[in-house]
Design a protein around this ligand. Structure first.
Ligand SMILES: CC(C)(COP(=O)(O)OP(=O)(O)OC[C@H]1O[C@@H](n2cnc3c(N)ncnc32)[C@H](O)[C@@H]1OP(=O)(O)O)[C@@H](O)C(=O)NCCC(=O)NCCS
Length: 209
């Protein structure tokens, strides 16, 4: 990655299919044979919780090479309040440019914009090795639990970053994944037919069948 050899801007309607294809390329065979994230993005754009002012694409040499987006959700606090927070993703970088710093660049840019808009915290599922470099920590350290996860289960995938320092002070509770992230495999299959054929592979490290 050279000094600023990319641009980041908001996604526009004319970009939709190309960006879905980018997401498909980024996630293909990473977490399961094939992937569902391109369809997830496709449906989330019409969700009331989707934040179009935080729907970013990254371009280099006239091509999309990365994207990231945010959704509104809540922490159901143990004292009965709903604390507004953000969740994030899919975030993806084109396979041939992974591990060159572009992911961190779009992540940091989009977190800064979310912060400027006044949001207090971001929580989601991810790998601390990547997100830790942008200030994320385990959500458990903030007193926030992941919905439907048994108390003794490993929650190291569940991460949090405060955008306003102290936003989660004095709050304990349960984070809710927005419903829009849950999609039917049959809908994913049907949607995927709109894209060029691509081989699904079972690979080591995948976490879903
Ligand atoms: C995850 C992803 C967005 C990261 O973007 P990237 O451009 O590859 O990452 P960067 O080069 O900016 O990474 C910065 C640092 O984070 C760490 N990191 C990045 N990806 C990592 C991974 N998969 N595992 C462990 N550490 C990782 C590394 O320390 C890296 O620095 P290094 O390459 O010098 O060691 C990208 O690899 C991707 O699209 N992956 C497939 C889709 C996906 O998993 N999305 C995230 C779902 S939560």
């Amino acid at each position: 990655m050279g000094a600023q050899d990319y641009t980041i801007r908001l996604e526009e309607e004319k970009d939709y299919r190309a960006v879905e294809n980018l997401v498909r390329e980024s996630f293909w065979n990473v977490y399961r044979p094939g992937c569902s994230e391109h369809y997830v993005l496709h449906t989330l754009r019409n969700d009331p919780a989707f934040i179009k002012e935080l729907d970013f694409v990254m371009e280099k040499d006239g091509k999309f090479i990365g994207q990231n987006m945010f959704m509104k959700t809540v922490i159901e606090s143990d004292d009965g309040r709903e604390i507004p927070v953000l969740t994030m993703g899919p975030i993806g970088i084109t396979p041939e440019l992974k591990r060159k710093g572009y992911g961190k660049a779009i992540l940091d840019h989009s977190l800064e914009k979310a912060s400027e808009m006044g949001f207090g915290a971001v929580l989601f599922e991810g790998n601390i090795d990547f997100y830790g470099k942008s200030g994320f920590d385990y959500a458990g350290k903030f007193g926030i639990r992941y919905h439907d996860l048994p108390e003794d289960a490993d929650a190291s995938f569940f991460l949090c970053k405060e955008l306003k320092k102290g936003y989660l002070d004095g709050i304990t509770g349960v984070y809710q994944t927005p419903k829009g992230y849950y999609v039917d495999d049959s809908d994913v299959e049907a949607f995927d037919k709109n894209f060029p054929p691509k081989e699904k592979k079972k690979l080591p490290g995948q976490i879903f069948d």
